[in-house]
Design a protein around this ligand. Structure first.
Ligand code: CMP
Length: 144
């Protein structure tokens, strides 16, 4: 099934100049960008996006981190896009991420883990709506 998923290039990846490299890996797999923007995540957006983590010990640090520099938000579309993006970026903890994944190749820290990707169809719908207005998502055909 064709799916859309929300993807974030987090402040650590932006600070380290890894955005292009990370986008290239997903683009080359055949996924299609249907939405993209650079933004500074506000505290309010962070609290909505990470609502399920409110109250956890790492939550204050997570908000501090995600608001510390601009992020790139991308809506990816493609066959099984949710799974494909998560497989390409690897496990949340870079130490446990499979080799060849974004997090294993560039990361080491569970908090500063470079990227975020929706974990299922429901969170994809919810998270896409937080970051993109409907008219900011464009349908188009990739020929390859
Ligand atoms: P992400 O995929 O953006 O979703 C929730 C984030 O919380 C996760 O990536 C991690 O960056 C962060 N996170 C999860 N567990 C921990 C933890 N134990 N310590 C710090 N950050 C965490």
């Amino acid at each position: 099934t064709t799916e859309r998923t929300l993807f974030l290039i987090k402040p650590d990846a932006m600070q380290r100049g890894l955005a292009g490299e990370i986008i290239a890996r997903l683009e080359r797999r055949g996924l299609k960008i249907v939405g993209m923007k650079l933004l500074r995540v506000t505290r309010e957006l962070a609290e909505r996006h990470y609502a399920e983590h409110v109250g956890k010990p790492f939550f204050p640090g997570l908000v501090e981190f995600i608001t510390s520099a601009p992020v790139i938000a991308i809506a990816w579309e493609g066959q099984d896009a949710i799974k494909v993006v998560r497989a390409t970026i690897g496990a949340t903890n870079p130490v446990e991420a499979a080799s060849g994944t974004v997090r294993a190749d560039f990361g080491l820290d569970k908090g500063r883990n470079l990227v975020h990707a929706s974990d299922g169809p429901e969170s994809a719908t919810r998270e896409l709506a937080l970051f993109f207005a409907p008219d900011e998502l464009l349908s188009w055909d990739r020929d390859v």
